[in-house]
Write a new protein. Structure first.
Lengths: 267, 258
């Protein structure tokens, strides 16, 4: 366990170095968040009765999305890992006295966490200052906040676990581009990164909400904005745990199989 | 021009060496903007209009912006890797060659994989044209062409601006994405729905509205003023300050020495 923690620390500090990039990123994300909220606001004005969430809940959702983008973006890949798989450098990793799956999992967590920690605070602060339906509002209840934190942790792990499944599949394909492209755009839409899931037509929505992608950003952000409340919270969190276990199991099985069949040529 | 065609030929040939990779990036490009389209479709299933613009009108607006962006990206994305060009001394090599600087940077990279995005724009356009309820006549068709042309120029100017800023600093230029990728993303709806302030910025500072919102009013028949159709040409003047900054940057340039 200790070695994974220190590996996490190493990666985390490594990601911490890019502070100017983070500052530029914060500006970018703040503008994006503003535009997104103005856009939904225009739709709200057109017909408030068709709007499936509270307007302030939507604003909170968008700000959370921007602040924690790094934790939940499904289009973020580590090129080094793909390269390691493609060039066969993965053999070196195998020499290390650590489990590759766990190590890569920790690595993914650290990279995302470092990015998010650098970026989230200023965005959250600015969003809190904004006037009502546009800004971020604290949940009325500290219990909600606790559930949100738990759900966010789970969602974050689900994202990393999903990434691991894709990395493992890469062992079997020569060109990782295809599977990467398809999986990331699918995941992005189904996770609610393009439009929040409540905006989907009801029939589609009831199916999409059961998929693993809905256990990513959709769950914690909607718990936070109290769009999901009451018994639905427990259900959502349980579903997140379920998908986390399934995705880890799938990823680990595929990877073990691939590594078991791996022959390292000399040279 | 003949030289450019030759460069184009070389790029096509080099891409065709990796056909699968080309195909996959093209599909990827398509999928990314397809997501945006899906989002729009579902929003309009719930809401019939936004600020008086209907689904097919917004689709047409999105198609025009996307087309302009992908055209600009296809031919001017050489500026995107410009930071790298300065970093590895490639720009020094360009300086000593007897051809225009901008010309050489442009022809150093031609992104044909953007065809995926263009394809999507064309499909949406074809879908939206008969459904938009626009009375097509010569003026309206010309307006569409002007909008696409103006848009391409504005985006190209932004790419040049980005490269010009690279002369002064290499850090924190990520915020330029707000204007390029952001404009593509949010240009799917006519700019005025984001409110008056955004419209002002997009009129007077970075002239997105000049090729998007104003001529679009004329196109959809919301306004009869003919001069609106000519505004994209006014937007082209944005190229001027960007070009001047580029010139200033070139003069300011000191080689990295490697």
């Amino acid at each position: 366990m200790g070695k994974y923690i220190s590996f996490f620390r190493m990666r985390f500090l490594n990601g911490f170095q890019y502070r100017t990039a983070a500052a530029a990123g914060i500006v970018t994300q703040f503008v994006w968040g503003t535009m997104e909220i103005l856009l939904f606001h225009a739709f709200y004005k057109a017909s408030p009765e068709a709007f499936p969430m509270e307007l302030s809940a939507l604003s909170s959702y968008v700000w959370m999305q921007q602040a924690f983008l790094a934790l939940f973006m499904t289009w973020f890949w580590e090129k080094e890992l793909f390269d390691a798989i493609q060039t066969g450098n993965v053999a070196y990793e195998m020499c290390r006295p650590a489990d590759i799956y766990t190590m890569w999992f920790v690595r993914g967590m650290a990279n995302r966490a470092a990015k998010a920690v650098l970026r989230c605070m200023p965005i959250l602060l600015l969003a809190f200052i904004l006037p009502k339906p546009y800004g971020l509002v604290l949940p009325s209840d500290s219990k909600v906040f606790a559930w949100f934190l738990l759900s966010m942790l789970l969602g974050f792990l689900v994202v990393v676990a999903f990434g691991m499944v894709i990395y493992s599949i890469t062992f079997y394909t020569v060109n990782p581009m295809g599977i990467r492209m398809v999986s990331q755009s699918l995941a992005e839409f189904l996770a609610g990164a393009v439009i929040p899931l409540p905006f989907l037509p009801n029939k589609i929505r009831s199916i999409v909400e059961l998929l693993p992608f809905a256990s990513m950003q959709n769950a914690p952000f909607r718990i936070y904005s109290q769009d999901i409340s009451g018994a639905a919270v427990y259900q959502t969190v349980l579903l997140q745990i379920f998908w986390l276990i399934v995705l880890v199991a799938i990823g680990k099985t595929i990877m073990d199989k691939a590594l078991g069949g791996l022959t390292v040529q000399g040279g | 021009m003949r030289l450019y065609v030759k460069y184009l030929g070389i790029h096509v040939k080099s891409i065709m060496q990796y056909k699968t990779s080309f195909l996959l990036t093209t599909i990827g490009q398509f999928l990314v903007s397809f997501n945006v389209f899906l989002g729009m479709m579902f929003m309009f299933q719930r809401f019939s209009n936004v600020e008086g613009f209907t689904y097919s009108e917004c689709l047409m607006c999105f198609a025009i912006v996307l087309l302009a962006f992908s055209l600009a990206e296809c031919f001017f994305r050489g500026f995107d890797g410009f930071a790298g060009m300065i970093g590895n001394g490639e720009f020094d090599r360009i300086l000593v060659r007897p051809k225009g600087l901008i010309f050489q940077v442009i022809s150093s990279k031609i992104e044909l994989s953007r065809i995926g995005r263009m394809l999507q724009a064309i499909v949406m356009f074809v879908y939206a044209v008969p459904r938009s309820g626009i009375n097509w006549n010569f003026e309206k068709i010309a307006t569409v062409f002007l909008m696409i042309f103006g848009g391409t120029i504005v985006f190209a100017a932004l790419f040049i601006l980005y490269a010009a800023l690279c002369f002064f600093t290499l850090e924190g230029l990520e915020f330029m994405n707000v204007f390029t990728d952001g404009a593509r993303e949010y240009g799917k709806y006519p700019v005025n729905i984001y409110g008056k302030n955004v419209l002002k910025v997009c009129t007077y500072i970075v002239p997105f509205a000049l090729f998007q919102y104003y001529p679009f009013l004329y196109l959809t028949g919301k306004s009869e003023a003919h001069y609106l159709a000519l505004l994209p040409l006014a937007g082209c003047f944005f190229l001027l300050p960007c070009y001047l900054l580029w010139r200033l940057g070139v003069r300011h340039y000191k080689s990295t020495g490697s």
